[in-house]
Ligand binder design. Structure first.
Ligand code: B16
Ligand code: MG
Length: 211
């Protein structure tokens, strides 16, 4: 019944959350801010500057916009160093099979990641050509939970939002899919992704015919 499937990247197709964790932790601690896995969870799906603002909210002083840009850049360079060794071995179980199932069913495939490193990550994973359209996060004004990125993907794929299935692991991402008027498949736990139409544990359980 769907005409397109729009995937999130981090936490759905690959797990870059750990690399974000390492890079943000070093940055946070350099500013005297405690950073742990729980904090990292709350940053899932939130864009770079939004994440930095959440971290610096616990700092003991105010930062100028210039200082913030410089800190975001330090984090990003560390993150880029960490992802530079990624390979197809970093694909999450079931991810390629899910993409191939969607392709075989004749549906269009989009990627809606707010990561400005998404093109690099897709390249390292070796799956760039599996997508008909990849949103360039640099051209998105409002991050998730705003529906902008999912609406852009649908528009560029030439499919009405109501005919799209969105796949997300983050609360903010599921909210963005629902706000876009799409069917939301959550990857994670139903107690967490309460807004999703269906929740599965990983793409290993992906069953297009069931939604
Ligand atoms: P970058 P997604 C998001 O990707 C991550 O979940 C989030 O933790 C990260 O801060 C954001 O990308 C921005 O990433 O610093 O590389 O631009 O889940 O939308 O694929
Ligand atoms: Mg994600």
């Amino acid at each position: 019944r769907f005409k397109a499937v729009i995937f999130d990247l981090d936490g759905v197709i690959t797990d870059t959350a750990h690399y974000h964790y390492l890079a943000w932790k070093q940055l946070a601690e350099s500013q005297g801010v405690h950073f742990d896995h729980e904090f990292n969870e709350s940053l899932k799906g939130i864009d770079r500057m939004g994440s930095l603002d959440l971290i610096l909210a616990s700092a003991s002083r105010q930062y100028t916009p210039e200082e913030k840009l410089a800190l975001a850049d330090v984090k990003n360079r560390h993150y880029q160093e960490l992802i530079s060794t990624m390979s197809a071995a970093d694909l999450l179980p079931g991810a390629v099979a899910a993409l191939d199932t969607v392709r075989a069913a004749g549906l269009r495939i989009g990627l809606a990641s707010v990561s400005k490193n998404a093109f690099t990550v897709l390249g390292r994973l070796g799956i760039t050509d599996k997508f008909d359209y990849v949103v360039d996060a640099a051209t998105i004004a409002r991050g998730k939970p705003d529906p902008e990125i999912f609406l852009r993907a649908a528009h560029e794929l030439g499919v009405a939002p109501a005919d799209c299935l969105g796949v997300e692991d983050a609360v903010a991402g599921v909210a963005a899919i629902k706000a876009a008027g799409m069917f939301a498949l959550g990857i994670g736990h139903p107690f967490v992704l309460t807004e999703a139409d269906v929740v599965i544990t990983s793409l290993k359980e992906f069953n297009l015919a069931a939604y």
